[in-house]
Design a protein around this ligand. Sequence first.
Ligand SMILES: Cc1cc2nc3c(=O)[nH]c(=O)nc-3n(C[C@H](O)[C@H](O)[C@H](O)COP(=O)(O)OP(=O)(O)OC[C@H]3O[C@@H](n4cnc5c(N)ncnc54)[C@H](O)[C@@H]3O)c2cc1C
Length: 261
Amino acid sequence: MNLIVCLKPVPEPGTVKVDPETHTLKRASSELIINPPDRFALEMAVELKERYGGKVTALMMGPPNAVPLLKEAYALGADELVLLSDRAFAGSDTLATSYALAKAIQKLSPFDLVLMGKASIDGETAQVGPETGAWLGIPSITQVKTLVRGENDAWVARRIFEDFEEEVEFSPPAVITVEPETNDPRPPSLKRLLAVRNLEPQVLSARQVDCDPTKTGLSGSPTQVLDVFTPTYEGKREVLSGEPEEVVEKLVSILRERGLI
Ligand SMILES: Cc1cc2nc3c(=O)[nH]c(=O)nc-3n(C[C@H](O)[C@H](O)[C@H](O)COP(=O)(O)OP(=O)(O)OC[C@H]3O[C@@H](n4cnc5c(N)ncnc54)[C@H](O)[C@@H]3O)c2cc1C
């Protein structure tokens, strides 16, 4: 089984800087971590590999300084590491990101399942999974808690919602987004930590995965950030003065006027 796990490099909360000219995140200068929800997708992929056999490829689209995160993914159970990295991807919105990921996944074909986190902690749109499925022309199953392979390669995914769960039967290939907190990501293995010191990820450029330049980066992104600003909040205040009885009367009438009592 060929399992591909998409791991997003996200800025460590508190280290994010915004470029005042382009209004985009300065990802290259931020400290990066693996998007925490993606750890549950990686763990699910590694458990599937242990149960059914196969290999897990960790795929990350990001800047060159994301390499240590892929090495961390190896320590957590991934077998192959791929960094999709090119200046052409800078400023990608979710559509351009999912396009680039889909092109890389096609390059890594044949595959059975693509596993992703439910959402990132920075963009947090939860769009990239279903959009990648759409680019690849395969089904996407979101918010998955468990995956089981049945007879004749018919898989059952259990999806989790706020007040109910449902089971979906499907045949691979498919994109799965994994609900956070539904497994217990393992700690890094010492053996793997030692082995990964001599490993380098395969780095793929936009051209190497046959990306159409009009569909990548800022030019391929239909959503554009027009402005970035810190909202200001102005509290309105009114001071009531006079004798206590008078003030209470005024207060009660104001609250009545505003429908608050
Ligand atoms: C309107 C808008 C404009 C934006 N403009 C910019 C911009 O100009 N510059 C900029 O830097 N960012 C920009 N972003 C952020 C950028 O779109 C996101 O970083 C990217 O598209 C992923 O979207 P997301 O974070 O919402 O992912 P989600 O859809 O929440 O992520 C779901 C899952 O997809 C996978 N995934 C997502 N991204 C990657 C990745 N890079 N590699 C591997 N797997 C991945 C992960 O498994 C993740 O858990 C913009 C976002 C929006 C909404």
